[in-house]
Design a protein around this ligand. Sequence first.
Ligand code: PHE
Length: 507
Amino acid sequence: MSTKPLHSLERRLLKTLRGKKEGSRLEAVAEKAGLSLDQTRRAVEWLKAKELLAAEAENREVIMLDTEGQKAAAEGLPERRLLEQLTKTGGEASLEDLKKRFSGDAQEFSAALGNARKQGWVEITSVDGKPVAKGQAVKKATLEEMFLSKLAREGGVAEADLAQDEKMILKILEKRPGYLKRKEEKTVKISLTSQGSEVAAGLGEEEELDKLTPDILATGKWKGHVLRPIDVEAPAPPIYPGKKHPVQQFIDEVREIFVALGFEEIEGPIIQPSFWNFDTLFIPQDHPAREMQDTFYLADAKSSQIGGGERVVQSIAQVHENGGNTGSRGWGYRWNVERAKETVLRTHTTAVTVKYLADHRPRDARVFSVGRVFRNEKTNFKHLDEFYQIEGIAVGEKVSMRDLMGLLSRFYLKLGLTKVKFWPTFFPYTEPSLQSMVYFENLGKWVELCGMGIFRPEVTLPLGVKNPVLAWGGGLERLVMLRHGITDIRVLYDNSLSWLRGLPLCR
Ligand code: PHE
């Protein structure tokens, strides 16, 4: 038996059909159930889908009102109209006078008079040699009148459905020209299936409420009623509300995590002099990462000003050439300011970080940034030439590698990643340097996520920063890919509607 909850319309219909062996016309059922045809049709469709009801189309001949019949149903039969005029005069009028009062032609008048006499409503006598009509008001409707109003109400009835006396009246009325007509009509006959009969038999008499409204709650009406259960698994059309792109969603999430950890967001330009992208980070001017094939240089765009002030530029030159006063021996080559002025699309957000250090010379700080970086690489399933990095630093007198590892572990934990390990690696600007690896259960493998370390004195001292600086940075898209189970990074920026629509609204 069906266990799906029933709508109140369905219950009404089932109860109306309860116990009926034969099919019933939909219109008749609607009337009996006190429902509109529309409501009935809907309930029929639902019950059919649940196999509780069967419907069969049928053609039949129906009797309907024709034009004269419609008029009579609305205004009254001619004999009734005649009697009304007569009673208005006080019950007695000369035929001449009555004819004038009657709306209709001479032929209609004599027919009306004939019928009124046949009914015994009107008597003709002669007063002073002139015919005079007499009659009293008659309230009771005749069988003909009742039949006409039934047709007006129901639209059409089949002869087979008529009672015996109605069949007689039908014969009489059909003699009046233009009163009735016969027409082929399509109807639907509905009946309960055996399953439907069972369900109908089990229905209680209590009225069901479809909706719980504030009014029902306030008046306490709910007490005596049963609330219709809602089928939360009922199929519904899919909707595709607007939502943020998964990459943007992730960026927002990362921001929230760092802000919650007490970090402040910083920003910087995408176009940078090589000075901030490379030189301040103690990357020698002949380092392979600076080669054209790795970095996008802006043609003919040299920064006349590299910012930071002459003192910082001088210190950087010294650090590269001989270590300056940092205790380092430097790289031992002649530093060229012209190369530092070459403009690049930043290859990492670390350019933003060092500029921040130079501008603020913080003793204590926790800042992060999320931004686009650019690398001159062929795009493939693993690489894009333009992507996002997440980057940050923590500055303080007593900060250590332990803090850095703890911080990153906390960050991953907040993203739901629990298995993290750290691996030694190399960057020209940090010492020691680590790589964080995170284990992805669904891939069954460790994935490299982020580089980090403590900025070398060659980086911090020329900028005027005395305390140790913990720094980390890594790609963002890889994390988004892992979250959504994507193996090709290009999918993130394809903007394939079907893929975007299938993503959850939020995490
Ligand atoms: N800049 C490095 C990269 O692009 C990441 C990094 C940032 C490493 C800060 C150490 C310290 O991969």
